[in-house]
Write a protein that binds this ligand. Structure first.
Ligand code: PLP
Length: 397
């Protein structure tokens, strides 16, 4: 990154990803290098290219110019020294966990994790002899109490799904770092525009770029961003063995989406706050989960950790339980009944029967997910059109 780039705010930097000159002029769009193989003039240069994550390009599993542009852009936004782009968010999570853990290691992970991450950790326990202790997101003392001599990694998410609890990143990270434990934060829900976990001490930041970074429901991609070169290099060697590398076209689509991230995130946050307030006043709704509302249990923490906005996901509980949730999710017309989040379209989902169906009734209750809980991933449509849609669907719930 040049000295000039360093003076720019993230909103300006993401519109100007570094692009090399071609034949005397500079393309304004990031070029797509759809070649998986690169040739060399000398054997020494090829040998050198195998050395590490920043080397010359020779084979896409190791690196590609378009993929590198995405890695540099997101590393810059997160305040990291480098990144590895992967074929999905799960690709990034698996790459990091498998690179840093071995049998007999202990992991401390948040209880309210994305289902795929939860399942991956359970798999590591069952088949690889890794030990996992789950903790809440608000009490650093719980992390300290869970520490063991073999604890290697703390895995957190900035905002939990679907009840939007905000994690005390500074507190939990400090507790783990005091014991030399590597700290990993999945920042998918917050994006680097709302929260930069490296500023709070995180070693690695994960993104499902499938969500806000890509932003248009047309690409599956992920990223692991590193606070320093040591972990980057270590994970990169495993990344190329695992082969979860991002495809150049996926990287190109993500870079294209990334350029409007600031506008989209502003709109997602404003509309989510607006809808959350209106839902809270609706008679069919018994509770609204959105950190921007003063009644949310983490509102104070959210104001400190996410001062620019509280994200585009909210959830609410319907008095009529499962049947009301079914009627609501099947009655929306502008919003769509679909999983995922972070795209331009508004989506609704019943977590208990879909994204969180693997949880027992007791686990659902502990996570604050009821039979009548509905998640809304707020898009960028006009807020009045969205409210009209939610209101007519609420009337049928
Ligand atoms: N992390 C979080 C917080 C997610 O919500 C998801 C997917 O929903 C993932 C990771 C996995 O991302 P992907 O579907 O791109 O593999």
């Amino acid at each position: 990154m040049s000295d000039f780039d360093r003076t720019l705010r993230p909103e300006s930097r993401i519109v100007h990803p570094p692009v090399a000159e071609v034949n005397g002029s500079r393309p304004m769009g990031v070029p797509l290098h759809q070649s998986h193989l690169f040739a060399f003039e000398t054997s020494d240069a090829l040998v050198e290219a195998f050395g590490g994550p920043g080397g010359a390009f020779f084979y896409n599993r190791y690196g590609n110019p378009t993929v590198r542009s995405l890695e540099e852009a997101v590393a810059g936004l997160e305040g990291g020294t480098g990144a590895i782009a992967t074929s999905s968010g799960m690709g990034a999570i698996n790459t990091v966990l498998l690179a840093l853990l071995r049998s007999g290691d202990h992991v401390i992970a948040q209880r309210s994790l994305y289902g795929g991450t939860f399942a991956m950790l359970a798999d590591l326990v069952e088949r690889w002899g890794v030990e996992v202790t789950h903790v809440g997101g608000d009490d650093p003392a719980e992390v300290t109490a869970a520490l063991r001599p073999n604890t290697r990694l703390l895995h957190l998410e900035t905002i939990s799904n679907p009840t939007t609890r905000v994690t005390d990143l500074p507190g939990l990270i400090a507790a783990a770092k005091a014991a030399g434990v590597v700290t990993v934060v999945d920042n998918t829900f917050a994006t680097p525009l709302l929260c930069r976990p490296i500023e709070h001490g995180a070693d690695i930041v994960i993104h499902s770029a499938t969500k806000y970074l890509g932003g248009h429901s047309d690409v599956l991609a992920g990223l692991a961003v590193f606070a320093g070169p040591e972990l980057h290099e270590k994970v990169w060697h495993h990344a190329i063995e695992l082969g979860a590398t991002a495809d150049p076209f996926a990287a190109w689509l993500t870079l294209r989406g990334l350029q409007t991230l600031a506008l989209r995130v502003r709109r997602h946050c404003d509309t989510a706050l607006d809808l959350a307030g209106r839902l809270a006043a609706h008679p069919a709704v018994t509770a609204v989960h959105y950190p921007g509302l003063p009644a949310h249990p983490d509102h104070e923490l959210a104001l400190r950790l996410l001062p620019e906005g509280h994200g585009g996901v909210l959830a609410f509980d319907l008095a009529g339980g499962r049947e009301a949730a079914r009627a609501f999710t099947e009655s929306v017309r502008l919003a769509s009944l679909a999983p995922s989040l972070g795209g331009v379209h508004t989506l609704v989902l019943h977590p208990a029967s879909t994204s969180h169906r693997q949880l027992s009734d007791a686990e659902l209750a502990a996570a604050g997910i009821g039979a009548g809980t509905v998640r809304v991933a707020v898009g960028i449509e006009h807020p009045e059109d969205l409210w009209a849609d939610l209101e007519q669907a609420l009337a049928k719930a």
